[in-house]
Write a protein that binds this ligand. Sequence first.
Ligand SMILES: Nc1ncnc2c1ncn2[C@@H]1O[C@H](COP(=O)(O)OP(=O)(O)OP(=O)(O)O)[C@@H](O)[C@H]1O
Ligand SMILES: [Mg+2]
Length: 288
Amino acid sequence: MNQMTFPDHRPLTTAPQGAGLVPDPRQAPAAAPVMNLTDVSVFYGSYEAVRNTTMPVHTHQITAMIGPSGCGKSTVLRSLNRMNDLIPGARVAGGVTYHGQDIYERDVDPIQVRRRIGMVFQKPNPFPKSIFDNVAYGLKVNQIRDDVAGRVEQALRGAALWDEVKDKLKTSGLALSGGQQQRLCIARTIAVQPDVILMDEPCSALDPIATSKVEDLMHELAGQFTIVIVTHNMQQAARVSHHTAFFTAEVDANGVRHGRLVEFSETGRIFTNPVDKRTEDYITGRFG
Ligand SMILES: Nc1ncnc2c1ncn2[C@@H]1O[C@H](COP(=O)(O)OP(=O)(O)OP(=O)(O)O)[C@@H](O)[C@H]1O
Ligand SMILES: [Mg+2]
């Protein structure tokens, strides 16, 4: 079977053979969304947790997903890099494309998908390894063996953590503060040079100072990566994102709740002039 691969994001000169099955992201027009969801529904067993989500993910921008608890934000986020594959009984229907290619096609390797579309979780989850090894881990898994030390330094610099840890790279990642641990996890994610970074409430375990550091970092990273962030914090969505998707949970005739995308728009518009009354009620605090 021909295993499809995604293009490597390293400089063009080192692009591997056989990387031409999908368009090179660096040559895509700036306006083309890097990902598109078309009628995406996600099931856990027979339960349809999220229904018919259609939205773009714009290149080198920050897209926020907001909405009340249980409306399916994490579920949709996981569908963007096939993390739902790891949940027994989970199934994704509809289309999720990355540079025009359906990531759920039979021949697509989910490991390749997750390398191109990385994820940072809610709770900082460094491995019980040294700071250096935490960042080098992704390189090892992806069999990237050249200039590991340089790549680790570059990732730690990219995650705005280098100056704080450069003299203690052999110390356990678990010995860092919560905010540092989250930046370490971001460094681990960017070390393999993904194209898109998914973040599920990355600041919810952090204090305001660490939160603002991670928010500043997101702005910086958006120049290089595309970011999708789930957040419960509407001020955060308004501060950091370019586009916002508002989800809610609808109750059907049988009393079953299903997540729905209510409105997707530029963030400024969602927060000042939303089209849908449900969005307005949510952002003005009348609901949720
Ligand atoms: N692994 C799972 N197995 C079964 N049902 C699940 C699973 N994960 C989520 N669900 C259900 O899917 C729906 C959407 O959950 P999801 O975690 O995506 O919501 P969310 O918007 O991220 O909520 P929160 O803001 O609380 O994190 C919920 O009804 C939830 O109970
Ligand atoms: Mg969630």
